[in-house]
Write a protein that binds this ligand. Structure first.
Ligand code: NAI
Length: 382
């Protein structure tokens, strides 16, 4: 297994991180990008990252030399010739992915697995450009790839059992937490987590509470590491909005995933969050951090509503066989650091209580967005 030669296409945020993980796991790794500057950037940033790991005594100076020695950088895609696995992490455009997958297939051996790190395109659609599509698979890392433990493994309708097994065994051997999920929009994490942002925005838009209060409720009362607005500012409103919009479209405009005007306007205004200095909050030097309204009744109401929506989504993912119950729990705790698995959390609260909360919302608003999942209904009445 460790002798596998790994190719990574795209030396941006994700590709460079995945190359680091592969090289740290003793694979000869080739990082290919059309842009030489990106390769130079990836090489110098890896040097800095590894130097820090040496400083912190996480790795030895020899390890650093060995890891760097295992990665080669190239603008020539034909250098993938002897790879056993190539993971693509280039721009999120289907036409471009089609071109490169078809090109890669003409270069590599017939056994080479061709994987995509896509967040929003279907693996089936990417695989359609291949003659031998049973080698296609989704291997979806989280940012930053070297630090985030979760990797979603997504077999497409075309993927063979052998491809799935090899890919999963390999990423497990890299000591990542793998979950296997169906080739459906948002896979597990980007689907189940949508209400964390969407319901928070909705609560704000209805004038129930401001950003700071909603964040306070979710962190102080809910135990989440970051509130939804702080997290959206961290991810970038442009990116987070684009993911929401793509999941909404991919679900045939299911109102559960409806994007929000507030986020769209923030994104349009250039209020991306931390990276632009301003998002829902102001990140300028000396900017005043707004105080939340620490009313415990209001806080509990906010937490209960967002949590009920998250739990409903987790039940839907299990009900629709997107992933096993265990993998849905793992994905949300390891991929986005939720304080508890959503299904375990639902048991703790009481399924009847969660169901009643959703039924009340459904009744009050008359919107399909709040319809309780059938699996939750069935289990709550047992
Ligand atoms: P990025 O924009 O940082 O890097 C993309 C790289 O691909 C650039 O260096 C570009 O020069 C290169 N590239 C573009 N076309 C190419 C081609 N035809 N051949 C070779 N190289 C080419 O993008 P990022 O953020 O690393 O995303 C890459 C992929 O990973 C996307 O599919 C995205 O959906 C997915 N992803 C991104 C995450 C994130 O948080 N940024 C998280 C998980 C997945």
């Amino acid at each position: 297994m460790n002798k596998m030669k790994v190719g990574i296409l795209g030396a941006g945020t994700m590709g460079s991180g995945i190359a680091q993980v592969a090289a740290q796991n003793e694979h000869e790794t080739i990082l290919v990008d059309v842009n030489q500057e990106m390769l130079d950037k990836a090489e110098s940033s890896l040097d800095k990252i590894l130097a820090r790991l040496v400083e912190k005594e996480k790795i030895s100076a020899d390890d650093k030399i060995n890891i760097q020695g295992r990665i080669s950088y190239s603008t020539d895609i034909t250098d993938f010739k002897h790879c056993n696995l190539v993971i693509e992490a280039i721009v999120e455009k289907l036409e471009v992915k089609h071109q490169v997958f078809s090109k890669m297939e003409s270069i590599v051996s017939k056994d080479c697995i061709l994987a995509s790190n896509t967040s929003s395109l279907s693996i089936a659609s990417i695989g359609s450009s291949l003659k031998n599509a049973d080698r296609i698979i989704g291997i979806h890392f989280f940012n930053p790839a070297p630090l985030m433990p979760l990797v979603e493994i997504i077999p497409a309708v075309q993927t063979s059992e052998a491809t799935l097994k090899t890919a999963k065994d390999l990423i497990d051997a890299w000591k990542k937490t793998t979950v296997v999920c169906k080739d459906t929009p948002g896979f597990i994490v980007n689907r189940v987590a949508r209400p964390f942002y969407g319901e928070a925005l909705r609560i704000y838009e209805e004038g129930i509470a401001d950003f700071a209060t909603i964040d306070w409720a979710m962190t102080e009362l809910g135990g989440f590491k970051m509130g939804p607005f702080t997290l959206m500012d961290y991810i970038g409103n442009d990116i987070n909005y684009a993911v929401t919009e793509s999941v909404f479209e991919a679900f045939y405009y299911d109102p559960r995933f409806k994007p929000s005007f507030t986020q769209r306007r923030h994104s349009e205004a250039g209020y991306y969050g931390r990276k632009s200095g301003r998002g829902y909050f102001d990140y300028a030097e000396g900017a005043v951090i707004p105080e939340p309204n620490r009313d415990p009744i209001l806080g509990q109401k906010i937490l209960d509503r967002i949590l009920a929506m998250l739990i409903n989504e987790a039940f839907d993912a299990v009900f629709m066989q997107v992933a096993s119950q265990e993998d849905v729990e793992k994905a949300m705790t390891k991929g986005v650091n939720y304080p508890k698995g959503l299904l375990a959390w639902a048991d703790e609260i009481g399924l009847e209580k969660v169901l009643a909360q959703l039924e009340d919302l459904f009744q009050e608003y008359g919107e399909d967005r709040y319809r309780p999942n059938v699996l939750l209904r069935r289990m709550a009445v047992k």
